[in-house]
Design a protein around this ligand. Structure first.
Ligand code: UD1
Length: 441
């Protein structure tokens, strides 16, 4: 069956203001955390994207009721009642659709003392192991076994506090540990914890539920365990999506802007803003907005992705595109994932010159990009390919846009409101690139 594509006309500019949605990577974990509340949680500012639909399905399979829209009928509000959860099994069909389903592991163990979750495999951007999740939870008293592709977790003697040092500040491992530790007896210390704003958002929601988490957002997070029965439902507002905001800022930087992103804290984007300035952009910030504009030529840059507050790997493809449009040689180093340069090959199809050497991308920028048929390789790459189409010569058709739908709410509508000539729909049958020949030959 034909799948929808996004078609975009090039040589365009993006100007104006765009509202940023709630953070995907926060909302997914907030939904998982509601398992511990055993009642009706209300989560606001939840983006309308397909990953949230999958996470909602995960909770429904466990027995929860999940509804979009409350009394005010706001589709960005999720009302989740987890009092009826009567299963601790998350099936392969859902975990294979979305790896982040693994974040129910911690809260299920917290609530039931056990969990049965299909093992997530690797994915296109790397092996993406879960060894740190498991080692950390083992320290809290959980025993694991793997049988026929399923991970069984059992805290036979109950959960107890522990001092856990993560090998790497893994976002997912920090979150799973937090969600189990809040109901472990005694104190848990997570050292070398991830410091992403989404971790802080999760800790805030857990505390609103009655947990005792301190210093989230720093490298050492402390959790005083409380009784499961003392956790209660809460209302929580998801933080703005720094990666969506960063993506639109790149769009403004590429085309000159001015472009303003609203509803996101500039504090979440220090490194991306610094790199935009290094590349010749003007960036102004307010409490919950950022404006980018550019009059001078783009300059080449050196970027290394690192855990927060370093440069986010989820903005690496977008900045590679920016580097491809800057005259000179840029070097982009990917330190977080093993194989996150597939985007380079697609961008090369549009005329970019990029050499990959191990985990470095050497971008010889400055050539005018050409519109071409391209495919999203992951959600960030997909979003960047659409932006590439906006500055390229001619038409770009982006395929496999279900990746974009996973993480960007109404991407086409938001870009159109900023001036993009962009449509989404089924490809024309036998669509070919045609060269018009005049009639007067
Ligand atoms: C989360 C984000 C993702 C982002 C990433 C890094 C969600 C849903 N996804 O993914 O968008 O790109 O953080 O900012 O929030 N690792 C191990 N063993 C483990 C855990 C991780 O080796 O037990 C490795 C991974 O393979 C990867 C690196 O650590 O190379 C970082 O992974 P992690 O921070 O855990 O990312 P995710 O939580 O999967």
């Amino acid at each position: 069956m034909a799948k929808e594509i996004i078609s975009v006309q090039g040589n365009n500019t993006l100007t104006g203001t765009v509202q940023i949605s709630g953070a995907k990577n926060s909302a997914l974990k907030l939904i998982a955390a509601s398992i511990l509340a055993q009642g009706r949680c209300v989560i606001r500012n939840v983006p309308c994207i397909s990953d949230i639909d999958v996470m909602s399905e995960v909770l429904e399979v466990l027995g929860a009721s999940v509804k979009r829209g409350d009394e005010s009928d706001d589709e960005h509000t999720l009302v989740i009642d987890t009092s009826s959860i009567d299963s601790y099994e998350t099936p392969y069909e859902l975990v294979s659709k979305m790896r982040a389903s693994i974040s129910v592991l911690g809260p299920l163990i917290g609530r039931f003392g056990r969990a049965l979750v299909a093992m997530p495999g690797g994915c296109q951007i790397g092996a993406r192991k879960i060894d740190m999740h498991l080692r950390g939870l083992e320290a809290l008293g959980v025993e694991f076994s793997i049988d026929h592709g399923y991970l069984t977790a059992d805290a036979k003697e109950g959960l107890h506090g522990a001092h856990v040092v993560l090998d790497f500040p893994s976002v997912g491992a920090t979150e799973n540990l937090l969600m189990a530790a809040v109901v472990a007896s005694g104190t848990t210390v997570i050292a070398n914890a991830a410091r992403e704003p989404e971790i802080v958002d999760l800790a805030n929601m857990l505390n609103e539920m009655g947990a005792k988490v301190s210093d989230a957002g720093s490298s050492i997070v402390t959790v005083e365990g409380v009784e499961l029965s003392s956790l209660h439902p809460c209302e929580h507002v998801t933080v703005g999506d720094r990666i969506e905001a960063g993506t639109f800022l790149v769009g403004g930087a590429l085309t000159g802007g001015p472009l303003t992103v609203m509803n996101v804290s500039p504090d979440y984007l220090h490194m991306a803003i610094a790199k935009l300035r290094e590349m010749g952009c003007m960036v102004r910030v307010g409490a919950d907005w950022i404006t980018v504009s550019r009059e001078a030529k783009l300059l080449p840059v050196e970027i290394q992705t690192l855990p927060h507050p370093g440069f986010p790997t989820d903005l690496q493809a977008q900045f590679m595109l920016l580097a491809a449009c800057a005259k000179g040689t840029s070097v982009i180093t990917e330190n977080v994932f093993e194989n996150r340069f597939m985007f380079a090959a697609e961008l090369a199809r549009m005329g970019a010159e990029i050499v990959i050497e191990d985990h470095h991308a050497i971008v010889r920028g400055g050539r005018k990009l050409q519109g071409a048929p391209v495919s999203s390789t992951d959600l960030r790459a997909g979003a960047a390919l659409v932006l590439a189409g906006i500055v390229a010569e001619g038409e770009t058709r982006v395929h496999k846009i279900d990746h974009i739908d996973r993480g960007y709410e109404n991407y086409v509508g938001k870009l159109r409101s900023l001036g993009a000539e962009i449509t989404r729909g089924l490809p024309y049958p036998n669509h070919r690139h045609t060269v018009r020949i005049g009639t007067d030959i």
